[in-house]
Design a protein around this ligand. Structure first.
Ligand code: DP6
Length: 353
């Protein structure tokens, strides 16, 4: 992360951050019992931070005499209701850390459509945490920022780092600091930087409708599935395989595990009470096509899916053009977005207002 100073007038302190989203190879699905409000996951997860799917956020703090309340505008729309409350709760965390009662003006832009199945909460809460903390003059390293970002959105803890990242469940370890906001037992760290391996995430958008159950709601339902314990029992070995596959840049070792955990996570979703069925007919069309291309024609591509209907096709850079061409020609696919690995959050000199 770059170390530029916050700017603005004496009463206004402002900073801007750009953070990449991420795609998980081993997923975060389900929060640990009793730690729901802290977003402590059931298992470690491993992801790649995305270069070409990012959020840019400017946060300006003013004393409450100048600004009566927080305002949050994302992609030109002012947030209201529960989504606004979720951001305000995160601003409260930053206010508590700095010991201030200032109000914030937050403006945030995504360079990808929010309903595209790319996790805007990951890049959004990472950028909000870094910009908000910088503008308050809080001197927190990336690990502490990861702990704070996690409480806004679990997957945001991973977007505090570039390249290939592991988020430790960590809850069994000793408490490292007394301030629970900064409790960094459950934080992410970088395993390899963005130059390590030229992987591509080719995202096949089959639906842009808003999902009916958010990830946050789903994490609390995971425990109701009889398959959740079975999935977490398998995850230890999968994590180990993914770490080895990334270290050795071994795509044929990585691919099958990607698919196994995505399908295991969706099995948990489908069998929770109430059941969550994120797939659309177009989802299955893409999954079947990926399997056929690989098994019948030898195209080196595997899929993963987040909490939505869109499919992430993972391949190495030299196969990306072929994968884009094939997936773009499927009738169910409305749009294709591709990203490679990106860096961690960057503080920018230019502000959005
Ligand atoms: C399926 O991090 O979006 O993308 O903590 O409630 O914001 P909240 O959930 P979120 O969950 C991500 C779920 C996932 C898998 C993953 O990215 O690991």
């Amino acid at each position: 992360m770059t170390g530029r100073r916050a700017t603005g007038s004496l009463s206004e302190r402002k900073a801007t951050c750009r953070a990449g989203s991420n795609i998980a190879f081993i997923k975060y699905w389900g929060v640990a019992d009793g730690a729901e409000d802290l977003n402590i996951p059931l298992n470690n997860s491993i992801s790649m931070t995305l270069a070409d799917a990012h959020t840019t956020t400017t946060v300006a703090w003013n004393d409450s005499a100048c600004l009566p309340g927080d305002t949050v505008v994302i992609d030109g729309v002012q947030l209201e209701g529960a989504p606004a409350e979720r951001v305000v709760a995160h601003l409260d965390r930053l206010r508590a850390l700095a010991g201030v009662s200032d109000r914030a003006r937050v403006v945030s832009n995504n360079n990808f459509p929010m309903a595209s199945g790319i996790a805007s909460s990951a890049s959004g809460f990472a950028a909000l945490t870094v910009a908000g903390a910088a503008a308050l003059g809080l001197r927190l390293d990336a690990t502490r920022l990861s702990a704070v970002a996690r409480q806004g959105s679990g997957s945001a803890s991973r977007s505090l780092f570039g390249g290939f990242v592991e988020w430790e469940q960590g809850w069994e370890r000793e408490v490292s600091v007394s301030n629970s906001l900064l409790d960094s037992r459950s934080v992410a760290h970088q395993i390899h930087d963005d130059e390590h391996w030229a992987l591509r995430d080719v995202i096949a958008i089959v639906s842009t409708g808003a999902k009916r159950v958010s990830s946050s709601g789903g994490h609390r339902l995971a425990a109701t599935s009889p398959f959740s314990a079975a999935r977490t029992a398998s995850v230890g070995a999968w994590l180990d395989t993914v770490r080895r596959a990334i270290a050795a840049r071994d795509f044929s070792l990585l691919g099958p595990v990607l698919e196994a955990d995505a399908l295991a996570m969706h099995a948990v979703m489908m069998t929770s009470a109430p059941s969550l069925l994120y797939w659309q007919p177009g989802t299955l069309e893409v999954l079947q096509a990926v399997r056929a291309w690989r098994e019948e024609e030898g195209v080196p591509v595997y899929f993963t899916i987040d909490a939505g209907p869109n499919v992430h096709l993972m391949c190495e850079a030299d196969a990306a053009a072929e994968v884009e061409r094939r997936v773009g020609a499927l009738p169910a696919v409305q749009r294709v977005l591709t990203s490679g690995p990106g860096t961690g959050p960057q503080l920018l000199d230019g502000h959005l207002f």
